[in-house]
Design a protein around this ligand. Structure first.
Ligand code: MN
Length: 232
């Protein structure tokens, strides 16, 4: 964010919209809400000791970190976890009632990391408290450039992986999702009318684990793109 802080006291500064680059062009796409789904891969739900019943939460667009930019290790946490995810970026809005209608709203795809303060999340779960402090903090959503569906199609199978300092930590396949991207959009649209610029993180495969200051995360989804995020 490049928001200036030099305005006079009481002034209103028009907010900047966070945006992502569109691969293969000079265009940028403004980003709106970032919807997230937890427990959308059965093997990850199992490693968390949770039932494979998807749960929805959100991050603000201001949580975005672009490809190659550093993610600051957040304050007041002893356990920052990586979760690699396929991100959908919507180019049109609506309330799709069928998977075909939902797919037509997707502008493109990206690689995302749902950075999670796992200790804070565990405490929130135990207390029945909200997840924002665990999931929606500044820098919690590194994302790659957007690969337009017009160029890559709509990937529903293919490898998704994440390395920490060159060591493979997560390895799965998009085909392992419990609810596929089109059906996820139909579910979301029951509660939120979808808008252009909305992003949906579709869940993470097994292998989540901690990163420390100085770690270098690299992640990719076959046919979509790659993402590099140093933790500082
Ligand atoms: Mn996640």
């Amino acid at each position: 964010m490049n928001q200036t802080t030099s305005a006079a006291p009481g002034a209103y500064q028009t907010p900047d919209r966070p945006s992502l680059a569109v691969a293969g062009s000079n265009a940028r796409a403004a980003i709106g809400r970032i919807f997230c789904v937890g427990r959308n891969y059965a093997d990850h739900a199992k490693e968390m000791g949770a039932p494979p019943e998807p749960v929805f939460f959100m991050k603000p667009a201001e949580a975005l970190i672009t490809d190659g930019a550093a993610a600051p290790y957040p304050a007041d946490t002893e356990r920052l976890d990586h979760e690699v995810e396929l991100a959908l970026v919507l180019g049109a809005g609506g309330a799709p009632a069928s998977p075909d209608e939902a797919r037509a709203l997707i502008f493109g795809y990206a690689v995302a990391i749902d950075l999670t303060r796992r200790d804070v999340q565990a405490a929130a779960k135990a207390a029945g408290a909200p997840w924002e402090a665990a999931k929606a903090f500044d820098g919690s959503c590194p994302m790659s450039d957007i690969a337009p569906a017009a160029q890559i199609g709509h990937p529903r199978t293919g490898a998704i992986w994440l390395d920490v300092d060159g060591v493979r930590k997560q390895s799965g396949d998009l085909g392992q999702m419990l609810i596929d991207p089109d059906a996820l959009l139909v579910r979301l649209a029951r509660h939120w009318r979808l808008l252009p610029g909305d992003v949906v993180l579709t869940g993470t495969p097994a292998g989540v684990g901690p990163v420390t200051r100085g770690a270098r995360i690299t992640a990719a989804v076959d046919g979509v793109g790659a993402l590099e995020t140093p933790i500082v």
